[in-house]
Design a binder for this molecule. Structure first.
Ligand SMILES: NC(=O)NCCC(=O)O
Length: 371
């Protein structure tokens, strides 16, 4: 039987602490406190009727003399699957489309300008099974598939029948601006994704939108600091990290990696993880000597947004679906760049030369020993 899940760190802290102690613990863990966003009655009702969490924060910046604030409302949506994995592919996908449509509507009613969804959000995360069918049938064309007709981020089946893990960026005009693919494919635990799709050939594209420049670092790419860095060097101001990851593997890392990337690269980062436990029809093993099983473990949600000054929002729930909305002042990116200067001091030329040497298979690590 699956272990009981707590709702989250914030809920647990609020149950045990109060007053100044609670405020101080939150400040130490999350940085400066944010004001809450006031939601319209419509947004609140949509969340209540739909039984999903709606949380919102204001991440402001210092007022400047020559530049107006660049305010943008970003939403992160975490969802679970809505039909058993034994239902047909179309039934499963349609049920998620319907659910996420209601959540996007709530985000829009909360004033969101940009909405980000989780990795492979239209399907169960079936890559643990190593089975081809029916799971590969969830792959769709970026430009003509049923999900792009509906909205972004899916598996992308392209010419030559190569499958990629793709996020699609759709502008406020409703047109596809472009796509970004997963650069780093996991080979850890039950994440047998290399069985299903290939490493990106697109590099680190950044998308100029009406609401800021956006990059997408898909899931396992968050463990690679240079992946975040390349999106930032290409001009991203907000980097989304659509993910699917489980508690036993990565939960202690989750709050650190996207947040550190925000600090190191003077950008906002948006970590989005699916929620719930997904059970598959056939047993699979994890290659670790443990008994065969039918579920992947608990996807712990906990989506959050981190700011370049190191502060971050509280997480969404570990167990409920939710919409997180944050009003960001993008001027904070420039302010942190000016204050900390990581871009000025990062010595890229030195690392470029060294990385070229290290990427040679004959490279020998530069370790000095006592003679
Ligand atoms: N979806 C995915 O890449 N998961 C890998 C596990 C992790 O990075 O936490």
């Amino acid at each position: 039987m699956a272990a009981a899940q707590i709702d989250g760190v914030e809920t647990a802290l609020a149950e045990k602490l109060e007053g100044v102690s609670l405020d101080e613990v939150k400040r130490i863990l999350y940085g400066r406190p944010y004001k809450s966003l006031e939601f319209s009655a419509e947004a609140t009702k949509l969340a209540q009727d739909g039984d999903f969490q709606l949380a919102g924060y204001i991440v402001d910046a210092q007022k400047e003399q020559t530049r107006a604030p660049r305010l943008v409302r970003v939403a992160a949506i975490q969802n679970r699957i809505h039909r058993p994995t034994t239902d047909s592919v179309v039934e499963q996908r349609d049920a998620i489309h319907q659910r996420v449509a209601a959540m996007i509507e709530a985000a829009a009613a909360a004033g969101a300008n940009v909405v980000g969804l989780q990795e492979a959000w239209t399907m169960p995360f079936a890559f643990c099974t190593r089975e081809r069918l029916p799971w590969t049938e969830f792959a769709e064309s970026v430009y003509t598939g049923p999900t792009t007709q509906f909205c972004p981020n899916l598996l992308d089946e392209e010419k030559d029948d190569v499958i990629w893990n793709t996020a699609v960026v759709i502008s406020h005009t409703g047109r596809v601006i472009g796509r970004s693919r997963k650069n780093h494919i996991p080979r850890v635990g039950d994440f047998n994704e290399s069985t299903y799709y290939m490493e990106s050939t697109l590099g680190h594209p950044v998308f100029e939108t009406k609401y800021g420049r956006i990059g997408i670092n898909i899931c396992y790419g968050r463990h690679h600091p240079q992946n975040w860095m390349m999106y930032a060097l290409n001009g991203a101001e907000i980097i989304f990290n659509p993910s699917a990851t489980v508690g036993a593997l990565s939960e202690p890392l989750w709050g650190i990696e996207a947040r550190n990337a925000a600090i190191a690269n003077h950008v906002f980062t948006v970590g989005i993880n699916r929620v719930g436990t997904e059970v598959f029809p056939n047993e699979f093993t994890s290659g670790n000597g443990q008994p065969a099983h039918k579920d992947f473990g608990h996807f712990y949600g906990s989506s959050y947004i981190a700011a370049p000054d190191g502060s971050r929002t509280p997480s969404l729930s570990r167990v409920r679906e939710g919409v997180l909305v944050a009003e960001l002042d993008l001027n904070l990116c420039r302010q942190c760049k000016d204050a900390w200067g990581f871009r000025m001091t990062n010595r890229l030329d030195m690392y470029a030369q060294k990385l070229t040497e290290v990427s040679n298979p004959d490279y020998r690590p530069d370790i000095r020993r006592e003679q």
